[in-house]
Design a protein around this ligand. Structure first.
Ligand code: COA
Length: 162
């Protein structure tokens, strides 16, 4: 498996992974599927801000993607970023998420970032465990700040200081 910079040609595979998470999980607090056009705008915004968008590629196919971006839009937060990571359902629990986030942490360090934040649904044990395995610590829990599938969801904030 290779970890590579994402490009526009990866967008159709990226949106299959992302739209599965939107439709079938609480990993994303949205129920609106994304289009290639919307994801192209997201990719280009991230890249023009100097932030990474990376893919995991296995036998030529995209099996996961990850990225980080601005945490909050005030100058004091410029060395803190918030990331996200998604792995193709059929390829989970094979170390791909860990590799992707590990690569993001390396890039954040090289870019002079100081803190990396993840916002995770409190029920998402896979994500919580993976982040803790990588050295993230839980720094907050916001009860019932989101709603999906007709129920309230808690947001857990995890952070690693580089
Ligand atoms: C969360 C996610 C990215 C993890 O990626 P992954 O490639 O499946 O995870 P890895 O194989 O790298 O697992 C790393 C560690 O996380 C933990 N973990 C992963 N999946 C787990 C699960 N289903 N249950 C419990 N722990 C799990 C384990 O500690 C694992 O290490 P181990 O296999 O050596 O025990 C993946 O499950 C996913 O894409 N989920 C849907 C989208 C999502 O939740 N994204 C994160 C939003 S914040």
């Amino acid at each position: 498996m290779n970890i590579e910079d994402a490009s526009e040609r990866d967008l159709p595979e990226i949106i299959v992974i992302y739209n599965d998470a939107i439709a079938n999980s609480t990993a994303v607090f949205s129920d609106q599927p994304v289009t290639v056009e919307r994801q192209r705008a997201w990719l280009n915004a991230r890249l023009s801000a100097g932030h990474p968008v990376i893919v995991a590629r296995l036998d030529g196919a995209v099996v996961g993607f990850a990225s980080y971006g601005e945490f909050r839009p005030w100058p004091g937060y410029r060395r803190t970023v918030e990331h996200s990571v998604y792995v193709l359902r059929s390829r989970r629990r094979q170390g791909i998420g860990r590799r992707l986030v590990g690569e993001l942490l390396d890039r954040a360090t090289r870019a002079g970032m100081h803190a990396v934040v993840a916002g995770v649904d409190a029920e998402n044990q896979a994500s919580l465990r993976m982040h803790e395995q990588l050295g993230f610590v839980q720094v907050g829990r916001m009860p019932e700040v989101a709603r999906k599938f007709d129920r309230w969801l808690d947001l857990v904030l995890l952070q690693i200081t580089l």
